[in-house]
Design a protein around this ligand. Structure first.
Ligand SMILES: Nc1ncnc2c1ncn2[C@@H]1O[C@H](COP(=O)(O)OP(=O)(O)OP(=O)(O)O)[C@@H](O)[C@H]1O
Ligand SMILES: [Mg+2]
Length: 171
């Protein structure tokens, strides 16, 4: 039996990272963190105003998420983080090489309607810029994409099957 899973739930805003991340962490009794909580006040103010973050805004945020992953290498954990570009994911993998990515993808209108029905600092207007920025997982990356039509529990089932996890892998 390997170490407990260490997973980044990634994807554009509103795709369900927090919902699926919580479900995955609960299922395997792992620590959970929300990448949103690692943003500086300046970054949150920018996003709240509908201004996309630049790479310079994102590097320190990604470094902090990398620290969290590194600290959870032994016991595993789940963190949600958009990780839109390959270069962002490489920062995380450099910090914690055994990290898996669970990429959530879905129909634009479905995501938009889900975003419009929740209370969160991310305005639905940022969706388009996030979709333009997104670089899907490449073949040599450790992870897979899952469609968000099914429930969070079903997405976790699919990920667990694909990653070869079973309930015995809990911490
Ligand atoms: N698979 C799903 N089925 C139905 N509703 C979902 C699903 N996943 C997420 N939701 C709902 O969609 C909304 C957006 O999900 P969530 O907040 O988890 O997205 P997010 O990716 O964490 O967004 P952000 O990047 O802005 O933090 C929430 O109201 C959530 O409850
Ligand atoms: Mg979230």
């Amino acid at each position: 039996m390997g170490k407990p899973p260490l997973v980044v739930v990634m994807g554009i805003s509103g795709v369900g990272k927090s919902a699926v991340g919580h479900e995955l962490a609960d299922r395997f009794s792992l620590d959970y963190a929300d990448g949103d909580d690692f943003h500086s006040e300046a970054n949150i103010a920018k996003m709240s105003a509908g201004t996309p973050l630049t790479d310079e805004d994102r590097w320190p945020w990604l470094a902090d998420i990398g620290v969290w992953l590194h600290e959870h290498d032994a016991d595993g954990g789940v963190i949600s983080c958009s990780a839109l570009k390959r270069a962002y994911r490489d920062v995380l993998v450099d910090a914690a090489p055994r990290t898996y990515f669970l990429h959530l993808t879905g129909d634009h209108d479905l995501i938009k309607s889900r975003m419009e029905h929740r209370d969160h600092f991310m305005p639905a207007s940022l969706l388009e810029s996030q979709e333009k920025t997104l670089e899907p997982l490449q073949d040599d990356e450790n992870g897979w994409a899952f469609d968000i039509t099914p429930s969070p529990a079903e997405i976790v089932d699919a990920f667990a099957a694909r990653a070869g996890l079973d309930q015995e892998d809990t911490a």
